[in-house]
Design a protein around this ligand. Sequence first.
Ligand code: NAD
Ligand code: UDP
Length: 318
Amino acid sequence: MTTTLVTGGGGFVGSHLCDSVLSDGHEVIALDNFGSGDRANVAHLREETDFTLVSGDVRDLPDLDLPVVERVYHLASRASPADFVTHAIDIALTNSEGTRHVLDYAVEADARVVYASTSEVYGDPEVHPQPESYNGNVNIRGSRACYDESKRFGETLAVAYGRRHGLDVRTARIFNTYGPRMRLNDGRVIPNFVTQAIENGEITVYGDGSQTRSFAYVEDTVGGIRALMETEGLAGEVVNIGQDIETTIGDVADLICELVGGGEIVTQPLPKDDPSRRRPDLTRARQLLDWRPTIPLEDGLERTIEYFRGQYPEDPNR
Ligand code: NAD
Ligand code: UDP
């Protein structure tokens, strides 16, 4: 049994990670400032003796008096492009100053760390699919830069702490992940389309819908992140985690309308710097972690739609 800190543990991916680690009999401390997370995501863990929720900011970590842990999953960071406009400084500082404090804490505790990076470090990629060796194509001054560049900096810091302090840090470059516990108003594409379809409203496809993403169901992503943590001998590694089946946004819109039985597709302008294609090269994940995603998009969407329907006091279609 280990004690594990999950920063961002009250968020979408973080709360599923807490569930997964707890279900293996470990103790979990979740740290979250609930900027984009929700206490409801971990409400079912309230009675668990091995679960502790700490309300706080990673930027204040030195003042939080956290106990010594053996494992740290560092996920604290807003992740929705809708937040990049309204919370740019918060995001940039969480991923730089906050990550610095998390790494210092891990050095002090002699803990192993998984740092949650992102496919956004590849920007609008000129190499397809994206292997970990690709250094990306990011607009350093664009609206996504607060997130992309600070996540890139976080990776740099993680590597530096590994070299300078011998810290065992592994970096997960997570690709688009969806599922239950995403916010209704998150702004990312799947919560947007699902809520719009449930409300039988307009499905807002940005641009002509030909841009692609590769969508992983959260259970798959959590499995990959945990394999990265628990596989021996991977200090300093960086591994893509996600789904490698590529889908156009137009096709995702059609599929969600079909599964929900509602919605009408309308087009809106494509935001600037919106990546045109994205798909991970998962060779390294398969070789190092013996891991691959298994949940088909349609199955994951069914489960996600069921969750979102439950979030409405009354389903508008019933
Ligand atoms: P999320 O917004 O649901 O989770 C992030 C959590 O971090 C929230 O609970 C939020 O309140 C918390 N947080 C933010 N800033 C904080 C701070 N300064 N101090 C303490 N807590 C803070 O988003 P998510 O999709 O679950 O993302 C989790 C992590 O995974 C993020 O680091 C994100 O960059 C990474 N990631 C997610 C995806 C995805 O598709 N979901 C893709 C790539 C990377
Ligand atoms: N998108 C869309 N309609 C929406 C929200 C997003 O067409 O209501 C598109 C967006 O332009 C992007 C893709 O869906 O091309 C994925 O967007 P998301 O915000 O989920 O994440 P990203 O991968 O861009 O960070």
